[in-house]
Design a protein around this ligand. Structure first.
Ligand code: ATP
Length: 291
């Protein structure tokens, strides 16, 4: 089977600093692929390369076997690459439905938008699609409320619904669980597990290792812009190079270097609370308490 997305030898440098280094990543059709790594590993930069914010200095990015390196950002959305962002980008004076609907501007022409604005009652097809995305993400009860003041977990789901109405065949989720409390996180996990179309390919950047393990059939770990491990979540999370990247080199790892056998790859590391990003994004507390 051909990969949905193939990053082949991709390299990107800012000035003299190489932040992505000869990186190979494959996302198979219909897979849930996790991208993990410590802060600064290059995960968001990979998303920016795939979505067209940056162009690689070397290597190529193939979508369905076609090189997309020269394809501009807006056309990549129309080719089926949708994404969310680490920080919420909510229009707080708009309702939940209107916020979701904004994603549709990517496949509705300017003239069409001028004749029938997205939020016009005459935009029936758009409204139906938006309501479907809202329902998928468990947002129907909030549909006509202003996004401002809704709990942070709800706003995160609005962000994903907005990406869904861009009609992605490859969905990039940038830290979907970051900043969520445990019940919001569990609710999101259950929605992503059960509601996303099976044929949709999903690439997820996430620090919450347990979240990634529950969701992803394949995980790629990065450090300093290089791939350091890849495979099933349990194997990757227990890989010595991954543990070292997150926690630094400890005595056991030093022993491993000195010839002491490394832990078996199928031993799962239990993520420690302190290893996970548990802080909410700026403004998140306000949203939560307004619930
Ligand atoms: N526009 C830029 N100019 C210069 N350096 C950049 C730029 N964008 C990212 N970097 C650098 O590239 C490296 C990777 O950053 P990136 O944001 O991709 O990491 P990350 O793995 O997503 O980290 P986090 O988990 O903290 O979000 C970092 O050293 C960062 O400082």
């Amino acid at each position: 089977m051909k990969p949905k997305l193939f990053l082949h030898g991709v390299t990107l440098a800012f000035g003299g600093l190489t932040v992505i280094d000869s990186l190979d990543i494959q996302v198979m059709p219909g897979s849930r692929t996790g991208l993990i790594g410590p802060n600064g590993a290059g995960k968001t930069t990979v998303f920016n390369l795939i979505s067209g914010v940056y162009r690689p200095n070397a290597g190529e990015i193939l979508l369905d076997d076609e090189a997309i390196d020269a394809v501009p950002l807006d056309r990549r959305v129309r080719l089926g690459i949708g994404r969310t962002f680490q920080n919420l980008r909510m229009m707080k004076h708009l309702t939940v439905l209107e916020n979701i609907m904004l994603g549709q501007h990517t496949h509705v022409g300017l003239w069409q938008r001028m004749l029938v604005p997205l939020n016009s009652p005459f935009n029936r097809a758009g409204l139906t699609e938006t309501r479907a995305a809202a329902q998928l993400m468990g947002l129907s009860a909030h549909a006509d409320l202003l996004a401002d003041g809704l709990p942070y977990g709800v706003q995160k789901r609005i962000e994903i619904a907005r990406a869904l109405v861009t009609r992605p065949r490859l969905l990039l989720l940038d830290e979907p669980a970051a900043g969520l409390n445990s019940s919001e996180r569990d609710e999101l996990l259950s929605i992503l597990l059960t509601q996303l179309p099976k044929e949709m390919s999903v690439l997820i950047v996430e620090h919450d290792v347990a979240f990634v393990s529950s969701l992803c059939d394949h995980v790629v770990a990065l450090n300093f812009g290089r791939k350091i491990a890849e495979g099933r979540a349990e194997a990757v999370c227990s890989h010595p190079a991954v543990i070292e990247a997150y926690l630094g080199k400890d005595d056991d790892a030093a022993d491993a270097d000195a010839g002491v056998p490394a832990p078996a790859l199928d031993e799962t590391i239990v993520p420690q609370e302190s290893d996970q990003k548990s802080e909410r994004a700026p403004g998140a507390e306000r949203g939560t308490h307004a619930a």
